[in-house]
Ligand binder design. Structure first.
Ligand code: NAD
Ligand code: ZN
Length: 368
Protein backbone atom coordinates (compact mmCIF):
# COMPACT_ATOMS: atom_id res chain seq x y z
CA UNK A 1 0.00 0.00 0.00
CA UNK A 2 1.28 3.43 -0.90
CA UNK A 3 0.63 6.49 1.25
CA UNK A 4 0.83 9.89 -0.42
CA UNK A 5 1.62 12.99 1.61
CA UNK A 6 1.13 16.39 -0.03
CA UNK A 7 3.55 19.26 0.56
CA UNK A 8 1.44 22.38 0.03
CA UNK A 9 3.64 25.15 -1.36
CA UNK A 10 1.47 26.87 -3.96
CA UNK A 11 2.83 26.34 -7.47
CA UNK A 12 5.79 24.45 -5.97
CA UNK A 13 3.56 21.86 -4.29
CA UNK A 14 4.45 18.19 -4.62
CA UNK A 15 3.63 14.76 -3.25
CA UNK A 16 5.70 12.32 -1.22
CA UNK A 17 4.81 8.71 -2.05
CA UNK A 18 5.73 6.22 0.66
CA UNK A 19 5.41 2.47 0.69
CA UNK A 20 7.03 -0.95 0.49
CA UNK A 21 7.93 -1.65 -3.14
CA UNK A 22 7.08 1.81 -4.49
CA UNK A 23 10.48 1.86 -6.24
CA UNK A 24 8.84 -0.25 -8.93
CA UNK A 25 6.35 2.54 -9.58
CA UNK A 26 8.97 5.29 -9.97
CA UNK A 27 8.78 5.33 -13.77
CA UNK A 28 5.06 5.93 -14.02
CA UNK A 29 4.96 8.28 -11.04
CA UNK A 30 7.76 10.46 -12.39
CA UNK A 31 6.29 10.34 -15.91
CA UNK A 32 3.05 11.74 -14.46
CA UNK A 33 4.95 14.89 -13.38
CA UNK A 34 6.54 15.77 -16.76
CA UNK A 35 4.91 17.48 -19.71
CA UNK A 36 7.18 15.98 -22.36
CA UNK A 37 9.50 13.00 -22.01
CA UNK A 38 13.14 14.17 -21.85
CA UNK A 39 15.65 12.56 -24.22
CA UNK A 40 17.75 11.42 -21.26
CA UNK A 41 17.06 11.12 -17.56
CA UNK A 42 20.18 11.55 -15.41
CA UNK A 43 20.08 9.50 -12.21
CA UNK A 44 22.59 10.76 -9.64
CA UNK A 45 23.50 8.06 -7.15
CA UNK A 46 26.38 6.65 -5.13
CA UNK A 47 28.31 3.42 -5.54
CA UNK A 48 26.51 1.56 -2.74
CA UNK A 49 23.00 2.48 -3.81
CA UNK A 50 23.85 1.87 -7.44
CA UNK A 51 25.16 -1.63 -6.72
CA UNK A 52 22.15 -2.62 -4.62
CA UNK A 53 19.19 -0.87 -6.19
CA UNK A 54 19.93 0.81 -9.53
CA UNK A 55 18.79 -2.14 -11.65
CA UNK A 56 15.29 -2.09 -10.13
CA UNK A 57 14.97 1.65 -10.60
CA UNK A 58 16.27 1.56 -14.17
CA UNK A 59 13.79 -1.15 -15.05
CA UNK A 60 10.86 0.89 -13.78
CA UNK A 61 12.09 4.06 -15.50
CA UNK A 62 12.69 2.19 -18.75
CA UNK A 63 9.24 0.60 -18.68
CA UNK A 64 7.72 4.08 -18.43
CA UNK A 65 9.62 5.23 -21.52
CA UNK A 66 12.57 7.02 -19.88
CA UNK A 67 16.16 6.64 -20.98
CA UNK A 68 18.04 6.69 -17.64
CA UNK A 69 21.72 7.72 -17.52
CA UNK A 70 23.39 6.79 -14.21
CA UNK A 71 25.91 9.21 -12.71
CA UNK A 72 27.61 7.25 -9.94
CA UNK A 73 29.57 9.14 -7.27
CA UNK A 74 31.59 7.86 -4.31
CA UNK A 75 29.63 7.38 -1.06
CA UNK A 76 30.25 9.62 1.94
CA UNK A 77 29.94 13.18 3.17
CA UNK A 78 33.05 14.36 1.26
CA UNK A 79 31.07 14.00 -1.97
CA UNK A 80 29.04 17.06 -0.90
CA UNK A 81 31.91 19.27 -2.07
CA UNK A 82 32.80 21.90 -4.69
CA UNK A 83 34.87 19.28 -6.48
CA UNK A 84 32.01 16.83 -6.97
CA UNK A 85 29.52 19.63 -7.64
CA UNK A 86 31.71 20.76 -10.54
CA UNK A 87 32.09 17.21 -11.80
CA UNK A 88 28.35 16.61 -11.58
CA UNK A 89 27.41 19.88 -13.31
CA UNK A 90 29.82 19.11 -16.15
CA UNK A 91 28.34 15.64 -16.62
CA UNK A 92 24.82 17.06 -16.64
CA UNK A 93 25.81 19.69 -19.21
CA UNK A 94 27.56 17.04 -21.32
CA UNK A 95 24.29 15.10 -21.31
CA UNK A 96 22.67 18.26 -22.73
CA UNK A 97 20.01 18.41 -20.06
CA UNK A 98 17.45 20.99 -21.07
CA UNK A 99 16.03 23.70 -18.87
CA UNK A 100 12.73 21.80 -19.04
CA UNK A 101 14.42 18.49 -18.13
CA UNK A 102 14.53 16.55 -14.92
CA UNK A 103 17.25 15.12 -12.68
CA UNK A 104 16.77 12.18 -10.33
CA UNK A 105 18.55 12.04 -6.96
CA UNK A 106 18.75 8.39 -5.88
CA UNK A 107 20.51 7.87 -2.56
CA UNK A 108 20.88 9.17 0.97
CA UNK A 109 21.04 12.76 2.14
CA UNK A 110 24.46 13.29 0.57
CA UNK A 111 23.21 12.53 -2.94
CA UNK A 112 19.92 14.39 -2.36
CA UNK A 113 21.66 17.54 -1.12
CA UNK A 114 24.29 17.55 -3.87
CA UNK A 115 22.02 16.64 -6.79
CA UNK A 116 19.31 18.99 -5.50
CA UNK A 117 21.81 21.85 -5.35
CA UNK A 118 23.12 21.05 -8.84
CA UNK A 119 19.53 21.00 -10.13
CA UNK A 120 18.85 24.29 -8.36
CA UNK A 121 21.66 26.16 -10.11
CA UNK A 122 21.91 24.34 -13.47
CA UNK A 123 20.45 26.66 -16.10
CA UNK A 124 19.01 28.68 -13.19
CA UNK A 125 16.95 25.76 -11.98
CA UNK A 126 15.96 22.37 -13.41
CA UNK A 127 13.31 20.13 -11.87
CA UNK A 128 14.42 17.18 -9.77
CA UNK A 129 12.94 14.08 -8.21
CA UNK A 130 14.05 12.70 -4.86
CA UNK A 131 14.21 8.95 -4.39
CA UNK A 132 15.68 8.74 -0.86
CA UNK A 133 17.25 5.44 0.18
CA UNK A 134 18.26 5.99 3.82
CA UNK A 135 15.83 6.40 6.71
CA UNK A 136 17.29 9.85 7.41
CA UNK A 137 16.75 10.92 3.80
CA UNK A 138 13.21 9.48 3.69
CA UNK A 139 12.00 11.27 6.82
CA UNK A 140 14.11 14.40 6.68
CA UNK A 141 16.53 15.51 3.97
CA UNK A 142 14.43 14.67 0.89
CA UNK A 143 11.50 16.77 2.12
CA UNK A 144 11.49 20.54 2.36
CA UNK A 145 13.77 21.76 -0.40
CA UNK A 146 16.98 22.56 1.48
CA UNK A 147 19.98 21.66 -0.68
CA UNK A 148 23.66 22.30 -0.02
CA UNK A 149 27.29 21.32 -0.19
CA UNK A 150 29.92 21.62 2.54
CA UNK A 151 33.00 23.83 2.44
CA UNK A 152 36.13 23.95 4.57
CA UNK A 153 34.37 26.50 6.81
CA UNK A 154 31.58 24.11 7.71
CA UNK A 155 28.72 21.89 6.67
CA UNK A 156 25.81 23.03 4.45
CA UNK A 157 27.06 26.62 4.15
CA UNK A 158 26.59 26.83 0.38
CA UNK A 159 23.19 25.98 -1.00
CA UNK A 160 19.77 27.04 -2.21
CA UNK A 161 16.15 26.31 -1.45
CA UNK A 162 14.97 24.18 -4.35
CA UNK A 163 11.88 22.03 -3.87
CA UNK A 164 11.75 18.63 -5.57
CA UNK A 165 8.94 17.89 -8.01
CA UNK A 166 8.18 14.55 -6.39
CA UNK A 167 9.57 12.38 -3.57
CA UNK A 168 9.32 8.59 -3.73
CA UNK A 169 10.33 6.70 -0.57
CA UNK A 170 10.42 2.91 -0.80
CA UNK A 171 10.73 1.52 2.72
CA UNK A 172 11.83 -1.90 1.33
CA UNK A 173 15.05 -0.27 0.13
CA UNK A 174 15.96 0.33 3.79
CA UNK A 175 16.44 -3.42 4.33
CA UNK A 176 19.95 -3.17 2.86
CA UNK A 177 20.93 -0.22 5.02
CA UNK A 178 23.59 -0.95 7.69
CA UNK A 179 21.88 -1.25 11.11
CA UNK A 180 23.73 1.73 12.49
CA UNK A 181 22.52 3.96 9.63
CA UNK A 182 18.96 2.78 10.17
CA UNK A 183 19.05 3.51 13.89
CA UNK A 184 20.71 6.85 13.22
CA UNK A 185 17.82 7.89 10.97
CA UNK A 186 15.40 6.80 13.67
CA UNK A 187 16.58 9.65 15.91
CA UNK A 188 14.92 12.08 13.47
CA UNK A 189 11.68 10.05 13.56
CA UNK A 190 11.56 10.21 17.36
CA UNK A 191 12.37 13.93 17.13
CA UNK A 192 9.08 14.60 15.31
CA UNK A 193 7.08 13.07 18.15
CA UNK A 194 9.10 14.94 20.76
CA UNK A 195 8.76 18.33 19.11
CA UNK A 196 5.12 18.23 18.11
CA UNK A 197 3.12 15.04 18.51
CA UNK A 198 2.87 13.25 21.86
CA UNK A 199 0.52 10.58 20.46
CA UNK A 200 3.11 9.71 17.79
CA UNK A 201 5.78 9.41 20.50
CA UNK A 202 3.47 7.05 22.47
CA UNK A 203 3.08 5.00 19.30
CA UNK A 204 6.84 4.91 18.77
CA UNK A 205 7.44 3.70 22.32
CA UNK A 206 5.24 0.70 21.48
CA UNK A 207 6.18 0.11 17.82
CA UNK A 208 9.56 1.58 16.90
CA UNK A 209 11.55 -1.58 17.69
CA UNK A 210 9.28 -3.65 15.43
CA UNK A 211 9.44 -1.01 12.71
CA UNK A 212 13.24 -1.14 12.64
CA UNK A 213 13.28 -4.94 12.94
CA UNK A 214 11.34 -5.41 9.71
CA UNK A 215 7.64 -4.86 10.43
CA UNK A 216 6.78 -3.27 7.09
CA UNK A 217 3.51 -1.65 8.01
CA UNK A 218 4.99 -0.14 11.20
CA UNK A 219 7.99 1.19 9.27
CA UNK A 220 5.79 2.68 6.56
CA UNK A 221 3.62 4.37 9.18
CA UNK A 222 6.68 5.79 10.97
CA UNK A 223 8.10 7.19 7.70
CA UNK A 224 4.77 8.51 6.44
CA UNK A 225 3.86 10.20 9.72
CA UNK A 226 7.32 11.81 9.95
CA UNK A 227 7.02 13.09 6.37
CA UNK A 228 3.59 14.48 7.11
CA UNK A 229 4.86 16.36 10.14
CA UNK A 230 7.80 17.80 8.23
CA UNK A 231 5.61 18.62 5.21
CA UNK A 232 3.13 20.52 7.39
CA UNK A 233 5.85 22.51 9.12
CA UNK A 234 7.58 23.32 5.82
CA UNK A 235 4.25 24.36 4.24
CA UNK A 236 3.73 26.85 7.08
CA UNK A 237 7.33 28.12 7.17
CA UNK A 238 9.27 27.21 4.02
CA UNK A 239 12.23 29.56 4.60
CA UNK A 240 12.67 28.94 8.33
CA UNK A 241 11.55 32.30 9.65
CA UNK A 242 9.86 30.68 12.62
CA UNK A 243 8.31 27.29 13.24
CA UNK A 244 10.69 25.34 10.97
CA UNK A 245 13.41 26.01 13.55
CA UNK A 246 11.66 23.50 15.85
CA UNK A 247 13.02 20.78 13.56
CA UNK A 248 16.38 21.56 15.16
CA UNK A 249 15.32 19.94 18.44
CA UNK A 250 18.37 18.00 19.66
CA UNK A 251 20.53 19.59 16.97
CA UNK A 252 22.09 22.46 18.94
CA UNK A 253 23.80 19.98 21.24
CA UNK A 254 24.01 17.38 18.48
CA UNK A 255 25.90 19.62 16.06
CA UNK A 256 28.21 20.80 18.84
CA UNK A 257 29.04 17.19 19.68
CA UNK A 258 29.63 16.34 16.02
CA UNK A 259 31.81 19.40 15.51
CA UNK A 260 33.82 18.70 18.64
CA UNK A 261 34.37 15.09 17.69
CA UNK A 262 35.17 16.34 14.17
CA UNK A 263 32.78 13.97 12.52
CA UNK A 264 34.78 10.95 13.62
CA UNK A 265 33.03 7.63 13.55
CA UNK A 266 32.38 7.95 17.28
CA UNK A 267 28.90 9.42 16.88
CA UNK A 268 26.74 9.41 13.76
CA UNK A 269 24.52 12.44 13.15
CA UNK A 270 21.49 10.59 14.49
CA UNK A 271 23.34 9.36 17.57
CA UNK A 272 24.37 12.95 18.28
CA UNK A 273 20.76 14.11 17.77
CA UNK A 274 19.37 11.45 20.12
CA UNK A 275 21.82 12.50 22.83
CA UNK A 276 21.04 16.14 21.97
CA UNK A 277 17.30 15.51 22.47
CA UNK A 278 17.96 13.99 25.89
CA UNK A 279 20.10 17.02 26.81
CA UNK A 280 17.40 19.44 25.57
CA UNK A 281 14.80 17.69 27.78
CA UNK A 282 17.15 17.67 30.79
CA UNK A 283 17.92 21.35 30.33
CA UNK A 284 14.20 22.09 30.03
CA UNK A 285 13.50 20.27 33.27
CA UNK A 286 16.47 21.94 35.00
CA UNK A 287 15.06 25.35 34.02
CA UNK A 288 11.57 24.41 35.20
CA UNK A 289 9.96 24.32 31.74
CA UNK A 290 9.13 20.62 31.81
CA UNK A 291 8.66 17.85 34.38
CA UNK A 292 11.66 15.67 35.11
CA UNK A 293 9.55 12.54 34.41
CA UNK A 294 9.26 13.63 30.76
CA UNK A 295 13.03 13.90 30.45
CA UNK A 296 13.46 10.48 32.03
CA UNK A 297 10.90 8.98 29.66
CA UNK A 298 12.73 10.34 26.61
CA UNK A 299 16.03 9.06 27.95
CA UNK A 300 14.52 5.63 28.58
CA UNK A 301 13.14 5.40 25.04
CA UNK A 302 16.41 6.31 23.37
CA UNK A 303 18.30 3.91 25.67
CA UNK A 304 15.84 1.11 24.83
CA UNK A 305 16.41 1.75 21.14
CA UNK A 306 20.17 1.40 21.65
CA UNK A 307 21.39 5.00 21.74
CA UNK A 308 23.88 6.64 24.09
CA UNK A 309 21.93 8.92 26.39
CA UNK A 310 24.60 10.55 28.56
CA UNK A 311 27.78 12.46 27.82
CA UNK A 312 29.52 10.09 30.25
CA UNK A 313 28.88 7.30 27.71
CA UNK A 314 31.50 8.99 25.51
CA UNK A 315 34.20 8.00 28.02
CA UNK A 316 37.55 9.62 27.26
CA UNK A 317 36.12 11.44 24.24
CA UNK A 318 33.69 13.35 26.47
CA UNK A 319 34.06 17.05 25.66
CA UNK A 320 34.62 19.72 28.31
CA UNK A 321 31.54 21.97 28.78
CA UNK A 322 33.49 25.02 27.54
CA UNK A 323 34.33 23.26 24.27
CA UNK A 324 30.71 22.41 23.57
CA UNK A 325 29.59 25.91 24.48
CA UNK A 326 32.12 27.36 22.03
CA UNK A 327 30.59 25.24 19.25
CA UNK A 328 27.05 26.14 20.30
CA UNK A 329 27.91 29.83 20.02
CA UNK A 330 29.15 29.25 16.46
CA UNK A 331 25.90 27.55 15.40
CA UNK A 332 24.73 29.22 12.19
CA UNK A 333 21.21 29.63 13.60
CA UNK A 334 22.46 32.05 16.23
CA UNK A 335 22.18 35.78 15.91
CA UNK A 336 24.72 38.07 17.49
CA UNK A 337 26.60 35.19 19.14
CA UNK A 338 23.68 34.42 21.48
CA UNK A 339 23.02 30.76 22.13
CA UNK A 340 19.61 29.68 20.80
CA UNK A 341 17.97 26.46 21.99
CA UNK A 342 14.94 24.42 21.13
CA UNK A 343 13.48 23.49 24.52
CA UNK A 344 10.29 21.70 25.56
CA UNK A 345 7.29 22.14 27.84
CA UNK A 346 6.54 18.44 27.54
CA UNK A 347 6.77 15.59 25.06
CA UNK A 348 5.09 16.95 21.92
CA UNK A 349 5.54 20.64 22.66
CA UNK A 350 8.80 22.38 21.76
CA UNK A 351 9.68 26.07 21.57
CA UNK A 352 12.67 28.21 20.59
CA UNK A 353 14.42 30.43 23.11
CA UNK A 354 17.61 32.43 23.44
CA UNK A 355 16.88 33.01 27.10
CA UNK A 356 19.04 30.33 28.71
CA UNK A 357 21.64 31.25 31.35
CA UNK A 358 25.10 29.95 30.45
CA UNK A 359 25.62 28.63 33.97
CA UNK A 360 22.64 26.27 33.50
CA UNK A 361 24.21 24.91 30.30
CA UNK A 362 27.53 24.43 32.08
CA UNK A 363 25.77 22.62 34.94
CA UNK A 364 23.95 20.37 32.43
CA UNK A 365 27.13 19.55 30.52
CA UNK A 366 29.03 18.80 33.75
CA UNK A 367 26.46 16.32 35.09
CA UNK A 368 27.56 12.75 35.74
N1 NAD B 1 18.56 18.92 3.13
C1 NAD B 1 18.14 18.70 4.35
O1 NAD B 1 17.11 19.22 4.80
C2 NAD B 1 18.93 17.76 5.21
C3 NAD B 1 18.39 17.32 6.42
C4 NAD B 1 19.12 16.39 7.16
C5 NAD B 1 20.35 15.96 6.71
N2 NAD B 1 20.85 16.41 5.53
C6 NAD B 1 22.15 15.93 5.02
O2 NAD B 1 22.03 14.53 4.77
C7 NAD B 1 23.35 13.97 4.80
C8 NAD B 1 23.31 12.64 5.51
O3 NAD B 1 22.45 11.77 4.82
P1 NAD B 1 22.46 10.19 5.07
O4 NAD B 1 22.49 9.92 6.51
O5 NAD B 1 21.40 9.62 4.23
O6 NAD B 1 23.92 9.79 4.55
P2 NAD B 1 24.51 9.22 3.18
O7 NAD B 1 23.84 9.78 2.00
O8 NAD B 1 25.98 9.40 3.29
O9 NAD B 1 24.17 7.67 3.26
C9 NAD B 1 24.73 6.90 4.31
C10 NAD B 1 25.40 5.63 3.76
O10 NAD B 1 24.41 4.70 3.41
C11 NAD B 1 24.63 4.23 2.10
N3 NAD B 1 23.30 3.88 1.58
C12 NAD B 1 22.34 4.72 1.17
N4 NAD B 1 21.22 4.05 0.92
C13 NAD B 1 21.48 2.75 1.14
C14 NAD B 1 20.72 1.55 1.07
N5 NAD B 1 19.43 1.58 0.77
N6 NAD B 1 21.33 0.38 1.36
C15 NAD B 1 22.63 0.35 1.74
N7 NAD B 1 23.39 1.44 1.84
C16 NAD B 1 22.83 2.63 1.55
C17 NAD B 1 25.34 5.32 1.40
O11 NAD B 1 26.08 4.86 0.31
C18 NAD B 1 26.24 5.85 2.51
O12 NAD B 1 27.38 5.05 2.62
C19 NAD B 1 24.24 14.99 5.46
O13 NAD B 1 25.09 15.55 4.50
C20 NAD B 1 23.27 16.04 5.98
O14 NAD B 1 23.83 17.33 5.99
C21 NAD B 1 20.15 17.31 4.79
ZN1 ZN C 1 19.28 15.96 11.75
Amino acid sequence: MTTSVPVALGDRSYDIHIGAGVLNECGERIAATVRTMPAKLPVVTDENVSRLHYAALAESLGAAGFNPEPIVLPPGEHTKSFAYLEQLLNKLLDLEIERSGLIVAFGGGVIGDLAGFAAGILKRGVAFAQIPTTLLAQVDSSVGGKTAIDSRQGKNLIGVFHQPRIVIADTDVLSTLPKRELLSGYAEVAKYGLLGDAAFFDWLERNASDALAGDKSALTHAVAHSCKMKADIVARDERENGERALLNLGHTFGHALEAHLEYENLLTHGEAVALGCVLAFRLSSMLGFCRVEEALRVERHFANMGFMTALADLGEARPAPADLIRHIRQDKKNQGGQMTFVLVEKIGKAFVTADVPEEAVIRLLSEE
